[in-house]
Design a protein around this ligand. Structure first.
Ligand code: PXL
Length: 282
């Protein structure tokens, strides 16, 4: 059975990070092994003062134990990090837990809407750039794309060209999916570059009303699952974009508190088909 190490925080209320990544990868038919760097009472998007516990030492010990066990993962997927030390740990994890065909997907969580998140220091932005060098696939939004290119965080908010994905690929060394692009009014999508084929493209999905926390994590989780199943980057991006659109439309129709994220749980069966189809022993 394929397995993915997911190096993220665990926000215990509000539907983001490991709380959405675990169910998505499970339903896609693989074992998701969580490596939480921080446990938080809620995500930081509007629930007031957050209770948090740093687990940096626990991550170190887990990496050591997993290495002793000789574990190698088919996917390593990293996201929100609380410190530069944790970003360096993620780099260590890539070194120590990769096999020959491991898909390393780095979501360089640094900012959104033209601003750095308040917890991000210049040292962390630099370290995240270094972590991206170790990835097969990175999934920045337009704000993160600008930061990674050394520009002001709001410098690229109107970009929608595929050349941006090519520019972030480090001369074709890695694949890039830039999320949160507006290909045309009323639509949302991603521009991508696939370093395994040299192809680039734009994936377009209907823009559902509302801006929900955690959709970036859901997007990259579906993409990671798809890549670990052996699907192409284009297929993975399309699958992820359409899944998010359906989750956001459903959530908007129910009119729940935006802070609770998208109500993806009833839509998980949409991700189920291929895992079943690909293994006739199930
Ligand atoms: O990706 C969303 C996310 C992840 N982790 C933490 C967050 C958020 C969004 O607010 O606060 C801790």
């Amino acid at each position: 059975m394929r397995k993915v190490a997911a190096i993220h925080d665990l926000s215990c209320y509000g539907r983001c990070s490991l709380a959405v990544i675990l169910p998505v990868l499970s339903v896609m038919g693989m074992q998701c092994c969580p490596l939480p760097g921080t446990v938080l009472s809620t995500h930081t998007g509007g629930f007031g003062p957050v209770q948090r516990t740093d687990l940096t030492g626990q991550v170190d010990g887990t990496l050591r134990h997993w290495e002793e066990l000789g574990l190698r993962f088919d996917g390593i997927y990293t996201g929100y990090m609380a410190s530069a030390t944790q970003i360096h740990q993620a780099m260590e994890a890539v070194e120590r837990l990769s096999g020959e065909n491991t898909q390393v997907v780095v979501d360089p969580v640094l900012g959104d809407h033209g601003k750095l998140y308040t917890s991000i220091t210049p040292e962390m932005a630099q370290a995240m750039g270094d972590l991206c060098q170790k990835a097969q696939v990175i999934t920045p939004n337009l704000t993160e794309a600008a930061i990674l290119l050394g520009l002001a965080p709001d410098a690229l908010l109107d970009q929608r060209g595929e050349d941006l994905a090519v520019e972030l690929s480090g001369q074709g060394q890695r694949s890039v999916v830039v999320t949160g692009v507006t290909p045309e009014p009323g639509y949302t999508g991603a521009v991508w570059f696939d370093h395994t084929t040299g192809a680039s493209g734009t994936t377009v999905a209907v823009r559902a009303p509302g801006e929900y926390p955690g959709t970036g994590d859901l997007f990259a989780a579906v993409l990671t699952g798809s890549l670990v199943m052996g699907e192409s980057l284009e297929r993975g991006v399309s699958r992820a974009a359409h899944f998010i659109t359906r989750c956001a439309s459903y959530t908007a129709a129910l009119g729940t508190d935006v802070r609770e994220g998208v109500l993806f749980e009833p839509l998980l069966p949409l991700l189920l088909g291929d895992a079943l189809a690909m293994d006739d022993r199930i």
